[in-house]
Design a protein around this ligand. Structure first.
Ligand code: ADP
Length: 492
């Protein structure tokens, strides 16, 4: 064990009862209510944050509206907006130790991994800082007596509702493009993990983002989240979370027909062919499902293995899993932390029971790791003998549970891969180029990884097919989600 010491600035932040940021000011809930924030590694309360209700969301939206309407952000010279967003990326990196500790304490994720994520969040701001100067329109090929051109304009006030699995990265995915394209935003982090988003709002002010452009409200999904999704003065909602809540967001948003992008659940196939580099495939498949304790929407939770190598591959997968150390987030030797909450732990162990009762065989893990104390630790669990119609192969568990399913050949692998309501991502391990590309074309998924898994880059758009959602985030395609297109006709 190599427990990390908590930095004094982190203790100070937690002891100060963090506040929301509305109109650039530290703000408590109008009701004065708060809720507790728990460290999943210890099950201990680490701080309390404001519990926003409808009135608080109204105030945050009014602040974002005022900031949008008076153009204090979109009216700045594009190069100035670039400078501010770039600086925010730098400030994230400069405060990486503090932010990583907050993230680790809040979510349970291993400190080393948290640190990498903070860096990636900074990169998202750096990437999007390039966009304000590149919001080009077009001239259109109409007749000689017409001059037609298009303008790209910001959508307006955006609402960002984000989950607890990658708190700061998700905040960056919502805030950076919204601002790059001239919008203002109200962000509601998940109630389990509000801290780094709250700190980000402070850093944004330090970077020079004008007051009211980024507002962060903390609260529960059915209260603050719902209020934001149904708000008539919010022009766009960007949501990342479960498919079930995504449906609710869609219903809530119908009142004013706001723009909606949904990045939802997954049950992503991870396909292993006999011609793959077995060691690499086993290690990669292991990280594909167990990284972040399996709490990743793109987790390769269905491992499809060609029958001829099935037993041998399971052996390698179990061995790779055994090398990963389960432990508290703030220990720098930890490879996998706890799951985020007691509720999530119960959900995951419940699914492990379901898998057993469906007749699948546990070949690794299968229990809560009680020896690690009160924290919400679940052993990395591998099921063999899974059929694709079992619940553990069809339903998103969002925890460290892998279902290994034998397949016959490429066509069968594609068929099984697509036999799901989801379509977020897929991974294929093979050294046969044509096989790899056949799978890439055959699977219905927004992202396909060949001989790697879990890769992201701010330049590369991300989103789902089918019930994994719609719209694309990151990259050039995020412009569609955060702008309106206006056609202007001039008669000559
Ligand atoms: P998970 O299932 O991974 O916990 P959820 O989809 O429940 O994720 O939550 C993701 C985000 O959606 C969180 O910020 C949560 O507060 C919010 N949320 C949950 N329910 C609602 C709702 N009915 N309306 C709006 N937001 C919600």
């Amino acid at each position: 064990m190599a427990q990390i010491e908590v930095l004094s600035e982190v203790s100070k932040f937690l002891e100060g009862s963090p506040k929301m940021t509305i109109g650039g000011k530290p703000t408590e809930a109008g009701s004065g209510k708060t809720f507790t924030v728990i460290d999943p590694s210890t099950a201990q309360v680490i701080t309390e944050v404001p519990r926003a209700e409808m009135g608080d969301v109204d105030a945050a939206v009014a602040s974002a509206r005022a900031a949008f309407d008076d153009k204090r952000w979109s009216g700045l010279r594009p190069g100035k907006r670039t400078e501010v967003l770039y600086k925010l990326g730098e400030l994230i990196k400069r405060n990486i130790n503090e932010l990583s500790q907050l993230e680790s304490l809040d979510s349970g994720k291993p400190i080393k991994i948290a640190s990498g994520e903070m860096w990636m969040a900074g990169e998202v701001f750096r990437y999007f800082s390039g966009w304000p100067t590149k919001m080009f329109g077009e001239t259109n090929p109409t007749t000689d007596d017409q001059f037609v051109y298009t303008l790209r304009e910001p959508v307006g006030v955006c609402g960002g509702i984000i989950p607890w699995n990658f708190p700061l990265i998700m905040a960056a995915w919502k805030i950076a493009p919204a601002l790059a394209f001239g919008n203002t935003i109200v962000l509601k982090p998940a109630e389990q993990t509000p801290l780094t988003a709250m700190r980000l709002a402070e850093l944004a002010l330090e970077a020079g983002v004008p007051e009211g452009v980024i507002n962060v409200v903390t609260g529960f999904g059915e209260e603050a989240g719902q209020a934001l999704a149904q708000h008539h003065d919010v022009d766009k909602i960007a949501f990342t979370g479960s498919t079930e809540v995504g449906r609710k967001i869609l219903h809530a948003s119908e009142g004013n027909l706001k723009r909606v992008t949904l990045e939802l659940g997954g049950k992503s196939p991870n396909i292993v062919f006999p011609d793959a580099d077995m060691k690499r495939a086993a290690k990669g498949s292991m990280f594909g499902i167990f990284l972040n304790s399996g709490q990743i929407c793109t987790a390769g939770s269905r491992i499809l293995v060609e029958r001829s190598i099935h037993d041998e591959f399971i052996e390698s997968l179990v061995a790779a899993t055994a090398s990963m150390r389960l432990g508290p987030g703030m220990d720098d030797e930890t490879g996998m932390g706890p799951v985020v909450s007691e509720q999530q732990m119960k959900r995951v162990t419940g699914y492990i029971d379901i898998g057993r009762s469906e007749g699948a065989e546990v070949v690794s893990g299968g229990n809560r790791a009680e020896e690690l104390g009160d924290g919400y630790f679940v052993e990395p669990t591998i099921f063999a003998g899974v059929r694709n119609d079992m619940r553990i192969a069809q339903e998103e568990i969002f925890g460290p549970v892998a279902a290994v399913i034998p397949v016959d050949d490429v066509d069968h692998a594609i068929e099984v891969a697509n036999n799901t309501i989801y379509g977020l991502a897929a991974t294929v391990w093979t050294n046969d180029l044509s096989k790899a590309h056949r799978v890439a074309r055959g699977v219905k998924a927004g992202t396909v990884w060949i001989n790697s898994t879990g890769q992201y880059d701010p330049s590369t758009s991300f989103g789902g097919y089918k019930q994994s959602g719609f719209g694309r985030e990151l990259g050039v395609h995020s412009m569609e989600a955060y702008t309106e297109l206006k056609s202007v006709w001039v008669s000559l």
